[in-house]
Design a protein around this ligand. Structure first.
Ligand code: PMM
Length: 297
């Protein structure tokens, strides 16, 4: 009997993924692999190359469609690392996972890291600055010919919280991503390979994150697949807090993250980026079934 996933592709309401990525007929699940000592929720856990490779294989075994390898923390206040350090953290991991048949993306702001990662087998470049941090990034991904995630970004991590001011957040983020698309087109990036991301938690307060999640439909009008990175972020911890209690810590936000993955998938996200792959994979499968049957009534 065909499974929901194998039966769904033609009828699925999820946007068409860019060329060169898996097409399971549901929202993709990208597993997070931070090879850093200081990421906000998993910093230091996979900082060693061997541990990181094992974790990447584990994420793939749990069903991650893509494993996203990052070597520089982007948490608020984080300090940048030098290029050599970022290359040393990421490239051996990318190479080994790609060799094992895993679909790998590289999470970087820097064109030389993106280039080296693609040479090592990465199939996607995930840039939280949408090309704003490194002027050479757009040309690099244009010539590499790989899919490119361009996230909404206003400022480097150490100062991003100061830039969390919006007139109307969905309209402002849509306009700023529109400007990013314009620049990427000028640099020769194939529009069919561009994925957009509202950048939850980046120069955003919790109310901005929730408004953007609720407004994903508007962002889709830009005409590109959307990636949503909500996993364990502060707006989730704040929403879980009991009245009067503090935020729930990052390690206790995975069930809520999976709920947000389902909401994002129902709203048409093409990919969710998460720490706990299993939970979000189940969640996006439920979303696919829901959307499928909603479409029949
Ligand atoms: N968030 C983080 C890192 N990389 N990439 C994309 N495309 N979207 C995100 O929201 C995003 C990202 C920060 O989270 P982490 O420290 O848990 O990786």
């Amino acid at each position: 009997m065909p499974t929901m996933e194998s039966a769904a592709p033609e009828r699925s309401r999820t946007p068409t993924p860019p060329e060169g990525l898996p097409r399971p007929g549901r929202c993709l699940v990208m597993g997070i692999l931070n090879v850093t000592p200081d990421s906000f929720s998993d910093g230091g856990v996979y900082a060693d190359t061997r541990q990181a490779i094992d974790r990447g294989l584990e994420l793939a075994g749990q069903g991650a469609d893509i494993v996203d390898v990052g070597g520089e923390s982007t948490r608020p206040g984080a300090r940048p690392v030098c290029l050599d350090e970022e290359l040393a953290r990421t490239i051996p991991v990318v190479r080994e996972l790609a060799r094992a048949g895993v679909w790998v993306s590289v999470d970087t702001l820097h064109a030389p890291v993106a280039r080296a990662a693609v040479e090592a087998g990465a199939r996607l470049v995930n840039d939280v600055s949408g090309g704003l941090a490194d002027p050479a990034m757009a040309r690099t991904v244009a010539s590499a010919g790989v899919p490119y995630v361009a996230m909404h970004w206003r400022a480097p991590s150490r100062e991003m919280d100061r830039h969390a001011r919006y007139g109307e957040v969905v309209a402002d983020v849509t306009a700023e991503l529109g400007a990013v698309l314009h620049r990427l087109a000028e640099e020769g990036v194939d529009p069919a390979r561009i994925v957009l991301d509202p950048g939850l938690g980046f120069s955003k307060r919790p109310e901005h994150d929730w408004t953007l999640l609720a407004g994903l439909g508007s962002l889709r009008k830009l005409g590109h697949p959307l990636l949503v990175g909500a996993s364990r972020k502060r707006f989730i911890g704040a929403a879980l807090a009991e009245r009067g209690a503090g935020e729930v810590p990052p390690g206790e936000r995975d069930v809520a993250t999976a709920a947000v993955s389902a909401l994002a998938a129902v709203a048409g996200a093409f990919c969710v980026r998460v720490h706990d792959v299993r939970a979000s994979l189940d969640a996006v499968r439920m979303a696919a079934a829901y959307v499928e049957f909603r479409g029949r009534t």
